[in-house]
Ligand binder design. Structure first.
Ligand code: FNR
Length: 358
């Protein structure tokens, strides 16, 4: 059922444009403003060259990884992506089923278009929950407790999107969610902004007035025994603060270039963050991962695992669960090829020596 010329993430992207409406494409494929950070995510991987090694003994090799209660067959997870029913009627249930069936996992978005309990029930293995801070602490807590009760193994608080950013592509397309696609985990008024007085700023007095601050991280840390990760860190200072606030992991990310444009690529930010964190907590990375060799490069620069966003949504749009499983297998095989030809038997063998010195 999958066409034979569909053999890479880029192929899925090409096919997906035929399966998605212009409205859905404006949301899924776009990034903020001039989309420079999204472009940087992609080109940052291309700039690094690999150092191949020959005649190495890599028999018995594998790319398995243990991470916060997950036994992964590869260091690759599905990033939290809102409203997956925009891409396919089976939405999040299909993506979670596919990921867990091939030994990966998914970060389920607070803005999923399917209740988080139903996604967990459809999955073949454990998942993580991506939390968006809610203006009311009790609603934030309810989400956390629902995720714990449904068996989620980690909580990932996304901290880089207290507001949507300048989304010109969506504005030009007058993007709107179809009536059948909505945030199934949130009560109706959850994300509503406070009423603004004349002269007040929607940014400072609206969105940022109800956004979390570091003191809320300390509170959140007390509310759960699950591993707590922060997603969306690019600065050394924030990485240090995150560790000091007791988080268990950091996802180095610029949100796929969708929030603040002209920040650096996630991959560009990674080495310095890895140096500052110095192994105190695991680092993950997302943004622009499209090849198995990209995964190798991210691991060489300090990540324990990576996530993909748009690529799996494209695969979901083209072929549902089967497409997502197929794409994950493609990327795992590409990673194994890259490892074998750079002389790496396991993920622990991957370090800066696989990169051609710049
Ligand atoms: C996202 N992303 C995102 N992140 C998050 O923490 N919560 C969310 O609900 C969403 N929603 C979302 C929707 C869509 C359509 C996209 C494309 C992205 C960001 C996502 O988790 C991830 O950081 C990026 O997608 C990674 O970049 P690539 O792989 O798309 O280049």
């Amino acid at each position: 059922r999958i066409p034979p010329d569909l053999v890479s993430a880029a192929d899925y992207q090409r096919y997906a444009s035929r399966h998605l409406s212009a409205n859905a494409r404006a949301y899924i494929d776009s990034a903020a403003a001039d989309e420079l950070s999204h472009a940087a995510n992609l080109s940052a991987f291309a700039r690094w060259r690999l150092q191949s090694r020959v005649l190495a003994d890599v028999r018995g090799g594998h790319c398995r990884r243990e991470l916060f209660g997950l036994s992964l067959s590869h260091p690759l997870l599905l990033a939290p992506v809102a409203y997956q029913k925009l891409a396919h009627a089976d939405g999040e249930r299909a993506a979670a089923y596919a990921a867990t069936a091939v030994g990966s996992s998914m970060l389920v978005s607070t803005l999923a278009s399917t209740p988080l309990e139903e996604i967990a029930a459809a999955a073949q293995g454990p998942l993580w929950f991506q939390l968006y801070w809610q203006p009311q602490r009790d609603i934030t807590l309810q989400l956390l407790q629902r995720a714990e009760a449904a068996g989620y193994r980690a909580v990932v608080l996304t901290v880089d999107a207290p507001l949507a950013g300048v989304r010109n592509v969506e504005q030009r397309a007058t993007f709107q969610l179809p009536a059948a696609v909505y945030a199934a985990n949130l009560p109706g008024q959850a994300m509503a902004l406070p009423a603004l007085q004349h002269g007040q700023s929607a940014v400072f007095d609206g969105f940022m007035a109800q956004a979390p601050r570091w003191e809320d991280i300390a509170w959140l840390r007390q509310q759960t025994r699950l591993p707590l990760l922060l997603k969306g860190i690019l600065s050394l200072q924030d990485a240090e603060l995150a560790v000091q606030h007791g988080v268990d992991g950091i996802i180095v990310s610029n949100h796929g270039g969708r929030v603040l444009d002209t920040v650096p690529a996630s991959l560009e930010a990674l080495p310095a963050i890895a140096a500052v964190v110095a192994g105190r907590v695991p680092l993950l990375l997302d943004g622009g991962v499209r090849r198995g060799s990209d995964i190798l490069k991210a691991l060489a620069l300090g990540a324990q695992a990576v996530l993909i966003g748009r690529p799996f949504v494209h695969a979901l749009a083209v072929a549902g669960a089967l497409g997502v499983a197929h794409l994950l297998r493609i990327l795992q095989e590409e990673l194994e090829v890259a490892m074998a030809l750079t002389g790496c038997r396991t993920l622990d063998d991957i370090d800066q020596r696989v990169l051609w010195p710049q």
